[in-house]
Write a protein that binds this ligand. Structure first.
Ligand code: NAG
Ligand code: NAG
Ligand code: NAG
Ligand code: NAG
Length: 345
């Protein structure tokens, strides 16, 4: 460049550079000044849920928020509420389910948490706050508002939580394969999904309930639950899913002796396991949000383990809570060795 060669040209060049920097700085200040008030203005009240726990917990947290939002839609909309979930919760759920209608918090909201937040505890009946103006609503962590969910209708919830077709197709192929392997291609074959939640859930239950927790189920619970279905249907295929290898080592042989039992068709694939159990015709579960979710989605008869604990609106007693309002959910206990034959309701 021979533009800024002599002294006077250099001075002019310096001025031009200075002016350019000045203009850029002013433009930047104007843009940032304009952005800030906009951010605050779009900061409408939110209704959300505190994300906690594992996949099953998060499904229940989402269902709780979704149902409350839809039931209270007119009023909440009137007060300019928008429902949001955490970004990583959205990512987790959309790994398995098709696009969900509730969006993740936009980044912008991180700047407007100065407003008062009303927390709805998980065991508290949902009531719209007296004064909703300029407030956020937050559903407690581990919210599993099963009463609201059932009242809203499982069918309606399933319209929102649609399993991705790649998983459903995969599961249907697995069902077909199992059927042909067992020469049960007649259309009256019934699949009963069985789930055992063990592992860290045992210390969790002991921690929450102390000696009131009488221990997990053993094979005797599962075999009596199987009897229930064997008495009701001709061609039953049981599918047992559990990631607790120690428990399986002790119990699965006796369970497999008791009927046609397929063990873990997928090896610890959370998405496929949940899709599979959710598409069985009936369910046998113990406790925990994973099995409960699958049984609820399957919409068949559900045998659940009777924890003999008071319902406290925590995940532990979710299945028991559901058995109080859904007649097809039946609690059963472990069976003692000597009366292991037959089943009782
Ligand atoms: C889901 O969202 C993605 C990305 O936003 C989009 O590309 C896709 O078309 C959506 N799928 C459906 C079924 O709406
Ligand atoms: C099962 O098959 C029988 C005989 O083919 C048919 O009459 C019946 O409607 C079928 N049931 C279902 C549920 O498809
Ligand atoms: C049982 O479940 C399978 C797999 O989802 C399904 O194809 C079949 O129609 C169901 N049977 C009945 C009787 O609901
Ligand atoms: C299974 O549980 C029942 C009831 O608690 C008990 O009587 C039985 O001995 C247990 N079986 C084993 C193998 O632990």
């Amino acid at each position: 460049m021979d533009l800024c060669k002599n002294r006077s040209q250099q001075r002019l060049c310096a001025k031009i550079v200075g002016a350019v920097i000045f203009v850029i700085a002013i433009a930047w200040i104007i843009i940032s000044l304009r952005e800030t008030p906009e951010e605050v203005k779009t900061c409408e009240p939110t209704i959300t849920v505190r994300k906690m726990g594992q996949f099953g917990n998060q499904i229940w947290e989402y269902m709780s928020l979704y149902v409350i939002w839809n039931v209270q839609y007119d009023i909440l909309k009137n007060f300019d509420f928008t429902p949001y979930i955490d970004e990583d919760m959205k990512e987790n759920l959309e790994d398995l389910f098709e696009n969900l209608t509730i969006q993740a918090f936009p980044k912008i909201y991180r700047q407007c948490d100065d407003r008062e937040t009303i927390t709805i505890l998980k065991d508290q009946q949902f009531r719209l706050p007296q004064n909703m103006y300029k407030r956020n609503i937050l559903l407690d962590s581990y919210s599993a508002r099963y009463e609201d969910v059932v009242e809203y209708g499982i069918e309606n919830v399933k319209k929102e939580l649609r399993f991705k077709s790649k998983y459903v197709e995969d599961v249907m192929k697995t069902f077909e394969k199992i059927r042909s392997e067992h020469h049960l291609q007649s259309n009256d074959t019934v699949f009963v999904g069985m789930h055992y939640r063990g592992g860290d859930y045992i210390p969790h239950l002991e921690g929450n309930h102390g000696t009131k927790f009488k221990g997990p189920p053993n094979y005797s619970y599962y075999t009596s639950a199987m009897d229930y279905f064997k008495a009701k249907y001709n061609n039953v295929i049981f599918i047992m899913v559990s990631i607790d290898g120690d428990w399986l080592a002790k119990n699965v042989a006796k369970i497999q002796k008791h009927g046609t039992v397929i063990l873990n068709p997928y090896t610890n694939d959370v998405n496929r396991d949940l899709t599979l159990l959710s598409h069985c015709n009936h369910s046998i579960i113990n406790y925990g949000t994973f099995g409960v979710t699958a049984a609820l989605f399957a919409q068949g008869d559900t045998i659940l383990y009777d924890l003999e604990l008071p319902i406290d609106y925590r995940g532990d007693t979710l299945a028991l809570g559901l058995s109080k309002i859904l007649p097809s959910w039946i609690p059963m206990k472990n069976t003692h060795e000597d009366d292991a034959v037959g089943y009782s309701l």
